[in-house]
Each structure stands twice: as structure tokens, then as C-alpha cells.
Design a protein around this ligand. Sequence first.
Ligand code: ADP
Ligand code: MG
Length: 322
Amino acid sequence: VTEFEIIRRYFASLSAPSAQVLLGVGDDAALLVAPADEALAVTTDTLIAGRHFPPHTAPADIGWKALAVNLSDLAAMGARPRWFVLALTLPATHANESWLSSFAAGLAELARAAGVCLVGGDTTRGPLSITITAIGSVPPDLALRRSGAKAGDAVCVTGTLGDAALALHLLRAGSAGREPQADEYLSMRLNRPSPRLAAGLALRGLASAAIDLSDGLAGDLAHVLQASGVGACIEVAKLPMSAAFVRRHDPAQRLRLQACAGDDYELCVCLPPDQLAQARERLGSLPLTEIGRVRAEPGLDWRAADGASLELNLHGYRHFDD
Ligand code: ADP
Ligand code: MG
């Protein structure tokens, strides 16, 4: 197949013309109409086989996740997602009907659910790598930044932490023949993360700061604290766990899985404690758990339930550590 056939067959159909897309896939560039009085929120993320997903991940899951990680960034800005472009690098072994149709189906499933439209991209040959650039929009005053956290704010997270990291751990242990596979719920959390788009929109005007958790709470929260010029104290016993996580994790690994390992794609937000009830009401069934408080003194401390300070030097995932 040529790249032109690939584009026409698998990707052009994802590009439906609309009031916001004057011209989508097929010309030298897309022509988009931005909503009046809104700022564009633009983000890009690359997934590399073997680094961001296990090499044998189902192609539909890869398609879903490549878009999900980008939409998660838009959610963390409080932006409404609108368009995306896809730069796809494929080895010859993947340039076939079976891989491409599954990949495109997983991508299309989330694109439809989130109301975003594929408007262009690039297709090349090489080691498998997927780069998506997603564009959303938000009234500039309502964008959720990393820099607004204030001393006294509650530090909160949506959903539960550590599920994807536990799934990956069980997957690796399973293939090494030591333990059974992860259960279906944990695998879904690894392969099909749900970007918290509705939560990001709902927290406009309430959250003082927000970030999405992609590289682990310890590292990502530290970015918020640094950008805001504050510190925080987190109670480790409050980090929310799913039922599947409770069942399957080794307690000695809890903090590593929940605070360091990453791939959660939940939102971490700071907000005044008296806004917490309203924030929870707006989020409906998605839990928003208070895990600690922002303080004026810089740094990030971890406390046990009895208040004892834990001598932990936790940090998130870093690409250039090894
Ligand atoms: P050019 O050489 O002018 O950059 P290309 O041949 O790379 O154009 O792409 C042709 C058209 O197909 C462009 O509109 C481009 O945005 C689109 N396109 C290329 N690859 C993809 C892809 N993987 N997904 C969606 N659109 C794509
Ligand atoms: Mg061109």
C-alpha cells in the first residue's frame, strides 16, 4: 500500500466536515474556524512502542490511548476538545488491513465519544510511533493553569490512582510466569484511559490549579506546586484505590504504584476547601478525593494517617533517568 491509500482508506473517513472544519484531511493544511472569544489550547504527545505501551498491545488500544493522552492534557486545561492531527510512523509489518483498521477503529471510537475531528496528519515508515496534536478551546479567563494554587487549598484527585501501573506490573509478572494476568478492569485502565474532559469543563471557575496525572502524582503535583510558588502535604492513606487495586496490589508497593508510576490520566486539582462540595456536585459520579492541603512553605511532604512525616523522596517518571 502507498501512504495515500492508507490515508484515504483509514483516516479520511474520520474527518467529517463541520461548522468548525472548512477543510479537513486532503489538502496541504486544514482550515479551521475557532470559536469567537475563545483561546486555542494546543497540546502534543508521542507514544513509542515499548516505551509508552507494551509491544503487543492491541492496535485498537494503541489508537485509543494515543488520542486519550492528548485529550487528558486538554481536560487539565479546562478546554473543550475540537480537532486533532495524527503523525503516524509505521514499520512495514504494520502497514496492513488488520493492523490499520483496528488502530483506526480504536482512534475513531474515542474521537466520536469526545466530539473531536481528525483534520490532518502525516504518514511515514519507520519504528512504530504515534504523535497526536490535539486542539481545544477555552475562554481565556477560565483556562485551568498550573500556577494558581494557594496556601490552604485542598489538593484533590479524580477517580483512583495506580490502576494502570498495577496492570502493567501484573502483565510483566504474568509474562515472566510468576503471577496471573491483570483483571479486565485494571487492563482497561492501562489500555483505555478515560480522559476527564467533563471534569475539566466542570471545574472551570472552581479549581485554582490543575494538571493531568500522566507521569505519577509525585512528579506532576510537584509541577503545580512549583508553578504556583507553594508546597503541599499529602496523606498517603487518602490516595484513592479502586476495588481491583485493593484486591491485587502488594501493600509494600502501594506508594510506588499510586504516586510514582504514572499513566493514571486522572486530574489533580487544587481548590479552596469551601468549593469542594460544589465541585463534587458538578462531577456527578466521578469521585473527587481530597488527598492533602497546599501550604505556603515550598516542597512536597508525605504524611501517614497518624500525622507522622514519612521520609520519602518520591518522584514521578522521568524519561532521561536511565
Ligand atoms: P503534504 O505532502 O502536502 O504534507 P501529505 O501527503 O503528507 O501532504 O498528506 C496529504 C493529506 O493527508 C494532508 O491533508 C494530510 O494532513 C493528510 N494526512 C496525512 N497523513 C495523515 C494521517 N495519518 N491522518 C490523517 N490525515 C493525514
Ligand atoms: Mg503539501
